[in-house]
Ligand binder design. Structure first.
Ligand SMILES: Nc1ncnc2c1ncn2[C@@H]1O[C@H](COP(=O)(O)OP(=O)(O)OP(=O)(O)O)[C@@H](O)[C@H]1O
Ligand SMILES: [Mg+2]
Length: 253
């Protein structure tokens, strides 16, 4: 279970709130999609949730634990795929996976099984003895997804995970997301891929300029805005509308 409560963040040297009083709750068993235009505040929110960044105010809770008060307990319940899988270039892929397994305290049986299973699923098993520097963008993305799954986390948090994935890997990712949610785990991911969000998510939040402008299911969004409309059209309409309102100094939805 994930909860953000009135979270705000302004980056040093900026006078704009990257995240502005954002609240949302994701229950166990849900796939929750986080949508919004470039610069809306998705990555900033996910970094606050995963303890990478500190909020100026508000709380980020993981299974009832406040990330800023007990970061180790909260982080041990999260698997995280960041938006920038560029780190650790000098390591071999298998060394990186073992490092992550060490961080989460996995025993050798668990780590061997999960490394084998997930790297086979994402078709990078044969490349594990190569250095990360030799990996393509998509292979790196697959490796970081595999790494995030090693602790079998209760909460799986992914920042634009589809980027760079081939269709087979994207399909594998979506299947794993569904299976995990169906087994009572939480999946929280940001994306710009509207078809994925429309088909996969149990709930969605749309964020613009740091604020939530819609939260609910796709069905609820359609009821609100028009039954025969795609998520892409609804997204464009809503973000346009809230941008105009915010521009006029009025409250957003
Ligand atoms: N390190 C930083 N320093 C200063 N400002 C930042 C920093 N990172 C992000 N911002 C600003 O914070 C706001 C939110 O950015 P964020 O990366 O959270 O958006 P996003 O929704 O993830 O966008 P995208 O869809 O492009 O990934 C933007 O105005 C951005 O310019
Ligand atoms: Mg981002």
């Amino acid at each position: 279970m994930i909860e953000l409560i009135a979270v705000s963040k302004t980056y040093a040297g900026s006078n704009i709130k990257a995240v502005d009083g954002l609240s949302l709750k994701i229950s166990d068993g849900e796939i929750f999609g986080f949508l919004g235009p470039n610069g809306a505040g998705k990555t900033t929110s996910l970094k606050i949730l995963t303890g990478v960044l500190k909020a100026d105010s508000g709380q980020a809770m993981v299974d009832g634990t406040d990330v800023s008060l007990d970061p180790i307990a909260a982080k041990s319940r999260i698997g995280y795929v960041s938006d920038n899988p560029e780190a650790f270039a000098k390591l071999k892929a298998v060394e990186y996976l073992n490092f992550i397994a060490d961080v989460y305290g996995l025993d050798s049986e668990q780590r061997h099984k999960r490394i084998n299973d997930y790297s086979s699923r994402f078709e990078i098993r044969d490349a594990l003895s190569s250095s990360l520097a030799s990996f393509s963008r998509g292979m790196k993305q697959k490796l970081f997804i595999v790494a995030s799954l090693l602790p079998d986390p209760q909460n799986w948090v992914l920042d634009e995970p589809m980027v760079g994935l081939d269709p087979k890997a994207a399909f594998a990712l979506k299947s794993i997301m569904r299976n995990r949610a169906d087994s009572g785990k939480t999946v929280f991911f940001s994306t710009h891929v509207m078809e994925v969000a429309e088909r996969l998510c149990d709930k969605l939040a749309i964020i613009n300029k740091g604020k939530i402008i819609f939260i609910g299911s796709f069905q609820e969004l359609k009821k609100l805005e028009g039954e025969d409309t795609s998520l892409e059209t609804l997204f464009l309409e809503l973000t346009e509308k809230s941008g105009e309102l915010a521009g006029n100094g009025d409250a957003v939805l």
